[in-house]
Design a protein around this ligand. Structure first.
Ligand SMILES: Nc1ncnc2c1ncn2[C@@H]1O[C@H](COP(=O)(O)OP(=O)(O)OP(=O)(O)O)[C@@H](O)[C@H]1O
Ligand SMILES: [Mg+2]
Length: 284
């Protein structure tokens, strides 16, 4: 079932700056979609359309098959179902303290103070920022702000979570932890759409990849296929993940069967290498 779609959407910012050009993209419920493309390709602009913040100049956005409702009540309902973690956390955070910021959404849903508190504590723990809860948001580091913004979005328990460059600015453990959290949310049924410049992250986390160029989608398909297509990726100023290049070579050399799925992270490749060495030893 299609949970969100952009159908032939065009959008120009005031002053006539083109951002989206006849763009179509559909998001299936429960999937994990990575949006890749160069700076200025329109990723952020699309996300702002997918939660109703921007309205197309032409074309339309649908939510669960229905045209987006831009009335005040419609937008409230839309944002309850479709959460957005913005690229720049400074655009998202507004309350004085971390706890207040993350509480805002759940309280707005009409939850009791006790229920809201429970959700906030759970979200802070999930992002490992419980210790920051009484800190002023404007005095946090960039990566800390990003974690607070993500906590605020997941505390709403949306059906679809849009994340605009979620790992940008996070340190390695922070990023690895976020990937594990997103996997858990996905296993619980949440639909994920994220933009990134990291092809490795797309390979690790996405089922599907959409490539953007100049405000349009130039390819959309299974992550494995899109991330192995050098020419397509080059058109979006990207190259295949190193892991994919190594594994394609392994396929060419007959080490990896053509039907065997490509490893999604380096540890899976290391296991395969151990197996190859054992097989070679037993064959000789
Ligand atoms: N508020 C704005 N006013 C005017 N033009 C804008 C605004 N925001 C974005 N644009 C323009 O719209 C186009 C698409 O920008 P967008 O931010 O969607 O790109 P992006 O793919 O998210 O890029 P990045 O990888 O740098 O985040 C660009 O040409 C950009 O300069
Ligand atoms: Mg962007």
């Amino acid at each position: 079932m299609t949970i969100l779609s952009a159908d032939n959407v065009s959008y120009a910012f005031p002053g006539g700056i083109p951002a989206l050009s006849n763009l179509s993209l559909s998001v299936e419920k429960g999937r994990r979609l990575a949006v890749l493309g160069p700076n200025g390709a329109g990723k952020t602009t699309l996300f702002l359309h997918l939660n109703g913040t921007l309205k197309p100049n032409a074309g339309r956005v649908t939510v669960a098959g229905k045209p987006g409702d831009y009335t005040r009540r419609g937008l409230n309902d839309w944002r309850r179902r479709v959460g957005l973690v913005m690229q720049d956390a400074d655009d998202q955070l507004f309350a004085a303290t971390v706890f207040e910021d993350v509480s805002f959404g759940p309280l707005n849903l009409g939850l009791s103070e006790a229920e809201a508190r429970e959700r906030v504590e759970e979200a802070l723990a999930a992002l490992r920022i419980t210790d920051l809860k009484d800190r002023p948001t404007h005095r946090l580091s960039g990566g800390q702000k990003k974690r607070v913004a993500i906590a605020g979005a997941i505390a709403m328990r949306p059906e679809v979570l849009l994340l605009d460059e979620p790992t940008a600015g996070l340190d390695h453990p922070g990023s690895a932890h976020l990937v594990a959290l997103l996997e858990r949310l996905s296993a619980g049924g949440m639909t994920l759409v994220f933009s990134t410049h990291e092809v490795d992250l797309a390979l690790r986390l996405a089922d599907e990849v959409a490539l953007f160029s100049s405000g349009s989608v130039i390819a959309h398909g299974p992550a494995e296929a899109v991330l192995a297509d050098k020419d397509l990726l080059a058109a979006a100023h990207l190259r295949p993940p190193l892991l994919v290049e190594v594994c394609l070579k392994a396929r060419e050399l007959g080490l990896l069967g053509s039907g065997t799925p490509l490893p999604r992270d380096p540890s899976q490749l290391l296991q395969l290498m151990d197996r190859w060495v054992k097989e070679r030893a037993s064959a000789s």
